[in-house]
Design a protein around this ligand. Structure first.
Ligand code: AMP
Length: 192
């Protein structure tokens, strides 16, 4: 199995790249943000719970997020591998992912980080907010809070995967196609 953690701050292009890469490599794409938004739209208990955090640009608590992720992975029993997009975002989530994959006799193959400067992120998210309908893209202070949360709680995961020799940084600025080529070069190097 190839299991990729696509990593980077909000607006780095994780979702865009995951959508291309899942087709190219036949992987199951799990975006925790998308699952939360689906649940909000359908007014499930999970959605109601997650919304209060998401609207402020805060992380949804680990216990809620981890059980949701486990359920998503269990729903894809025959998968050739996964692209995790927006997960893990905390050390506890990274541990939970490692344990979950170990139970399936597999592991994270690589964390691929899309590197983009903060001011470009803010501009991209404000632009996306014009059409995404996402409340957390509509307000610059919420966008900046999401980036702050990324540095405070999520960026440490770089060390976690570096220690395991699984961290790959990729320049996340350029055309979608150029960035896909850069990420693909990393994935192809794993297979050999
Ligand atoms: P995203 O679509 O990845 O930008 O996520 C949007 C929002 O969903 C985040 O700002 C968080 O509130 C929530 N979220 C998504 N993934 C996670 C996660 N792994 N842990 C906690 N909260 C998350």
């Amino acid at each position: 199995m190839i299991n990729i953690v696509l990593f980077g701050p909000p607006g780095a292009g994780k979702g865009t790249q995951a959508n291309v890469l899942k087709e190219k490599y036949g992987l199951v794409h799990i975006s925790t943000g998308d699952v939360f938004r689906y649940n909000i739209k359908n007014q499930t208990e999970l959605g109601v719970n997650a919304k209060s955090f998401m609207d402020k640009g805060q992380l949804v608590p680990d216990n809620v997020t981890i059980s949701m992720l486990e359920a998503e992975v269990d729903q894809a029993p025959g998968a050739k591998g996964f692209i995790f997009d927006g997960f893990p975002r905390t050390a506890a989530q990274a541990e939970a992912l490692s344990n979950l994959l170990a139970k399936k006799n597999t592991e994270v193959s690589a964390m691929i980080a899309l590197e983009v400067d903060d001011e470009i992120l803010v501009q991209r998210l404000l632009e996306r907010g014009k059409t995404s309908g996402r409340q957390d893209d509509a307000d610059e202070s919420i966008i900046r809070n999401r980036i702050k949360v990324y540095y405070e709680e999520t960026a440490i995961l770089k060390q976690y995967y570096l220690k395991q020799d699984k961290y790959y940084g990729v320049d996340g600025v350029g055309s979608i196609n150029d960035i896909t080529q850069r990420v693909s070069a990393v994935i192809d190097s794993l297979k050999n």
